[in-house]
Design a protein around this ligand. Structure first.
Ligand SMILES: Cc1ncc(COP(=O)(O)O)c(C=O)c1O
Length: 505
């Protein structure tokens, strides 16, 4: 397992060569609930939430703190209910996420409806429910005013801002290319550009049924370092100060710093690692040029290069939740005060996604086939009974997930193989994994699978999306069952003129 020494212990341990989540043997979970499955730890979710809450509260003496986990990262209602019971708010994107969160009884006062392109119906529902609206589009305030007036209500809104960040010059993790963070943030669609903010605020002040209560900034997971978070907060605070002055001493009631912090074993955007060399302008002519050495030498060298590049350097360390919270609260306090922004009573809000859910789950599946070739280049694949379509959010973000053979956790890893899924795509779940000698029936655990994977799973090849269990101590219970064949085809409509369903069978 990848060490994360400076973090407190998490829900995963190995005992007698087997991977446990809390006190449940993951191999036994697969036997009981089937393969593949997602297994979440209730203790880890609770602990992560509590650590966020306590660490932010410890650093922010000016007012209350709200932890508002991003629902997009995890839409499972049992988990949302657990968070609601703990007192968590929510960051919500779609009307459907809003409905899901409301069904768990979330406090609307600590709930933010985010995102561009909100419909009037969605805005109306937010106002009715008393949910904060985080404004993204320029026309939104007009619509909010009209809807709120029709309901005889006051809509509480925040503006989602996008400050310039020329201080963030390091390479963003969001791109495989060498793109500086500030450019990465600027080309991301979300956030209102600074040029509109002053007028938009004045429009909100003039709207009788609208109250501008705060400002919000989320840029995504560009860099895990404290340097990055400090730089983000310096520029955010500067913009808040400028707006407060432009708005005649307006004072925010709440400041929301969004999400974007890396999770403990940070799998984000590491798919290529050393492979990047082969993708460069230098790598391509090198590979083509090698052919000049004759077919046999070419294949021998190619095999060696490919296998050498498939090994991955150890991942970069990720700060703890406490270090992250101390950097955010310390920098914001200092910089906002330097900007002359009065902070007494100001509510600080954070919307963790991956950093709250990421290490709370493993994805478990069985090895189906081990396939080896020696010619023309040596290569090995370990094919699982799952697919990267069940880890889709991670695929989109080019994750390289940590992994472990759950029933051979202590065995030496001397096999270099790609861990692949059983869909008909290349389905590369982990490139260049170092594994013990695996065989069909072994259980593979993909770690750091609690954020974005389950919520973005799709069923390519008509594969049924897997079940999810929630582990608590030595017990596990089903919180989402796997999809049935009827559900997979449940939205299909075969017009009668094409024949009865099943008639062709
Ligand atoms: C507005 C907002 N808040 C929070 C998050 C959570 O981000 P992360 O999972 O990187 O913490 C997102 C993710 O896109 C978001 O758009």
């Amino acid at each position: 397992m990848i060490p994360t020494d400076h973090h407190p212990p998490d829900c995963l341990t190995t005992r007698d060569g087997r991977l446990f989540i809390e006190d449940c043997d993951t191999v036994a979970l697969v036997e009981e609930f089937g393969s593949p499955i997602f297994a979440f730890s209730e203790r880890q979710i609770t602990e992560n939430y509590t650590r966020f809450r306590d660490a932010f509260a410890a650093g922010w003496e000016h007012g209350p703190v709200d932890v508002m986990p991003a629902m997009k990262a995890n839409t499972i209602l049992a988990i949302r209910r657990l968070l609601t019971n703990l007192g968590a708010g929510a960051d919500l994107y779609s009307p459907e996420e809003l409905e899901g969160a409301l069904r768990t009884g979330v406090d609307p006062e600590r709930t933010s409806a985010n995102g561009g392109g909100k419909s009037r119906e969605h805005l109306r529902r937010c106002i009715e429910a008393g949910v904060r609206i985080t404004v993204e589009d320029l026309h939104e305030i007009d619509w909010i005013q009209e809807e709120a007036a029709a309901l005889g209500a006051t809509a509480r809104i925040r503006l989602r801002v996008k400050p310039a960040l020329p201080n963030l010059w390091r390479r963003t993790d969001f791109s495989q290319l060498w793109v500086p963070i500030d450019l990465g943030v600027q080309v991301y669609k979300s956030g209102i550009p600074p040029e509109y903010l002053v007028d938009l605020g004045r429009k909100a002040f003039a709207a009788p049924n609208v109250e501008l209560v705060g400002l919000h900034f989320h840029a995504g997971r560009h860099h895990p370092s404290l340097w990055f978070w400090q730089g983000m907060m310096v520029r955010f605070a500067r913009l808040v100060g400028e707006l407060c002055r432009a708005w005649d001493g307006w004072k925010p009631q709440e400041i929301d710093i969004g999400g974007g912090m890396a999770s403990r074993r940070d799998p984000h955007n590491k798919e290529f690692g050393r492979w990047e060399f082969l993708l460069t302008a230098a790598g391509y002519p090198f590979l083509v040029g090698l052919r000049g050495l004759g077919e046999q030498v070419y294949h021998t060298l190619l095999g060696k290069i490919v296998n050498a590049l498939r090994e991955y350097p150890d991942p970069r360390g990720v700060p703890t939740i406490e270090q992250y919270a101390a950097t955010i609260t310390g920098t914001l306090s200092r910089e906002l005060q330097a900007q002359g922004v009065a902070l007494d009573g100001v509510r600080l809000q954070t919307e963790p996604g991956r950093s709250l859910y990421g290490d709370t789950a493993v994805h478990l599946s069985k090895v189906k086939v081990v396939k080896e070739q020696t010619q023309p280049i040596p290569y090995t694949w370990v094919l699982l009974d799952t697919t990267y379509f069940f880890l889709a959010g991670g695929v989109y973000e080019k994750n390289r997930h940590p992994y472990l053979v759950a029933n051979k956790a202590d065995e030496p890893a001397d096999l270099l193989a790609d861990i692949v899924g059983h869909s008909c795509y290349a389905d590369q779940i982990v490139l260049g994994a170092k594994l013990p000698r695996v065989e069909p029936g072994d259980v593979m655990a993909i770690l750091e699978a609690g954020a974005y994977q389950e919520s973005s799973a799709s069923n390519f090849n008509a594969l049924p999306r897997p079940a999810t269990v929630l582990v608590r101590g030595d017990r596990a219970e089903l919180i989402k069952r796997s999809e049935t064949i009827d559900e997979i085809y449940g939205r299909d409509i075969v017009p009668a003129r094409l024949g009865e369903q099943g008639a062709g069978a």
